[in-house]
Design a protein around this ligand. Structure first.
Ligand code: NCD
Length: 305
């Protein structure tokens, strides 16, 4: 019922069904499915204690496009100010809502609410996971590259704290022959548990600290950049991997560049004009994937566990 971690998604079939629903809702003139009735009469409450632009708005607008309603509660204006526990706040919200979307600054905060009787969707929990961004990313890879089996994918940046990467890795392991190149400064390496997971799933991976050194060797099919999570680690960032014009010139002409946004210096705005930049497609896809997720949830299509 909930979506807390991408580890709940056990096979590609689930992803294929979600992406089929995404395409159907995106192209109602072809599918004949009218999105506007899929969440009619349903209320979503989005709860957050961290900044958010795309995740919050894409959920809110997805719900409206499905004919439902969405309200937002900022935890710093709630009774949390009077010392109320997260559990009591969320229990109250569950009495009013048909689905809850929670973005929280603490890893594990969403999992701690799994006894709620209303579906709860993790919209990012500290440096833990961000499953709906990862679903968006896999959908984008599939759309842009035609498939994911056998892809060589480079993930770069703050791999230690990037929750989008943590969720994405678990989904990529569902495909055959994916090879990952993990580029980050030493102190921002992917946490051990994800290396263990990749080993257990037999996913080949390579660890590197320099983006340009890596690109001189072999060009990946997709480069996924992430910002330095300065709110989670205060460090000297002179060694942070960045994709400049020079590095872009080293990529193959059919390689795509992705980023969950927000971005800082690691992906200059000027690169948006390059046809290989898929960042704005990711932004749009995020709304359609969330529409499909919510539509399945309200129409008993059994996507959510
Ligand atoms: C990310 C997040 O909040 O986890 N953005 C997003 O939701 N698309 C990335 C980030 O904060 O760096």
């Amino acid at each position: 019922m909930h979506l807390i971690s991408t580890s709940e998604i056990r096979d590609r079939g689930e992803l294929d069904r979600l992406f089929k629903a995404t395409d159907a809702l995106r192209n109602p003139h072809i599918s004949g499915i009218d999105p506007y009735y899929r969440a009619r009469g349903k209320i979503m409450t989005i709860v957050k204690d961290e900044g958010s632009t795309r995740t919050r708005l894409s959920f809110e607008i997805a719900m409206k496009r499905l004919g439902g309603e969405a309200v937002v509660l900022e935890l710093d204006t709630s009774s949390a100010l009077k010392g109320e526990s997260l559990a009591d706040t969320m229990r109250s919200i569950s009495e009013y809502s048909d689905v809850i979307v929670l973005r929280h600054s603490q890893r594990g905060a969403v999992a701690s609410l799994s006894s709620l009787r209303v579906p709860i969707i993790n919209a990012g929990d500290g440096d833990g996971e961000h499953p709906t961004q990862a679903l968006t990313d896999v959908y984008t890879l599939q759309k842009e590259l035609g498939g994911i089996d056998g892809l060589n994918i480079l993930l770069a940046g703050d791999l230690k704290h990037s929750r989008t990467i943590h969720s994405l890795i678990r989904l990529l392991a569902l495909y055959r022959g994916v090879r990952l190149v993990l580029v980050s400064p030493e102190d921002l390496r992917l946490p051990r548990e994800y290396y263990d997971f990749l080993e257990e799933k037999g996913v080949a991976c390579e660890t590197e600290t320099s983006l340009s050194r890596q690109l001189k060797g072999e060009s990946p099919m997709a480069v996924y950049m992430t910002r330095e999570q300065k709110e989670r680690a205060n460090r000297d960032c002179s060694d942070y991997p960045a994709l400049g014009v020079r590095e872009m010139g080293m990529l193959e002409k059919d390689c795509i560049v992705m980023h969950p946004l927000p971005r800082c210096e690691e992906l200059p705005l000027a690169l948006d004009e390059d046809p290989r930049c898929a960042v704005w497609k990711q932004v749009k896809n995020g709304m359609y994937v969330r529409m499909a997720l919510l539509s399945n949830l309200f129409n008993h299509n059994c996507f959510l566990t």
